[in-house]
Write a new protein. Structure first.
Length: 190
């Protein structure tokens, strides 16, 4: 790491360098901040020079990444549709999507419309539930153990920029639709 860092530090177009050693799958990370864009070459050219300066270092694999410009998004084009009458949103979104899909310049489509699927409903005998000290929330939480899991918190790993959910759920062999018939809600009263 020190040898790579020394070669980077000698470049006039780099304003600051931050080095961190260790990590999951890497020996370390060197983050560089170039000087103002008006006073330097394009980042792609600077990266090319860095590749050349470090190509002779044996035993390591270097990966160069330049920051993504613009707002963080997996798509280059994002269209938001709103309406005073929410019933009009879905047909308008479908119409816009159909127009875009006809143009080969656009690829990788996604939308946030409701997907067709199966709706499940669970009938709760509230009288029996109350007698055993259960309610709809407890039943709902128990159902989540069989499906995607019950969120009990979140965690921000050191090497991530977004938090990940902490979920509690049954083991994979006990998570399927057939288990709903066998599902039992545990309460203080039975």
């Amino acid at each position: 790491m020190k040898e790579v860092e020394l070669r980077v530090l000698g470049m006039d177009e780099i304003e600051s360098v931050y080095t961190r050693t260790g990590g999951q799958d890497e020996i370390g990370i060197i983050q560089m901040k170039p000087i103002a864009w008006q006073e330097r070459r394009k980042v792609a050219l600077i990266i090319e020079e860095l590749r050349e300066k470090t190509a002779d270092i044996a035993g390591i694999e270097l990966e160069f990444k330049k920051p993504q410009a613009g707002p963080p998004s997996e798509h280059d084009l994002s269209i938001e549709i709103s309406a005073a009458n929410s019933q009009l949103i879905a047909p308008a979104a479908l119409q816009v999507r159909a127009l875009l899909e006809q143009n080969p310049a656009y690829t990788n489509f996604s939308d946030t419309l409701t997907k067709p699927g199966i709706d499940w409903s669970i009938d709760i005998d509230r009288e029996d539930a109350a007698r055993f000290g259960a309610d709809a929330t407890l039943v709902g939480n128990t159902v989540q153990f069989v499906t995607n899991g019950l969120k009990i918190g979140d965690y921000l790993p050191d090497d991530a920029s977004e938090e990940v959910d902490i979920l509690v759920r049954y083991s994979e062999d006990k998570r399927d639709i057939g288990r709903f018939d066998e599902l039992r809600v545990k309460t203080a009263y039975g």
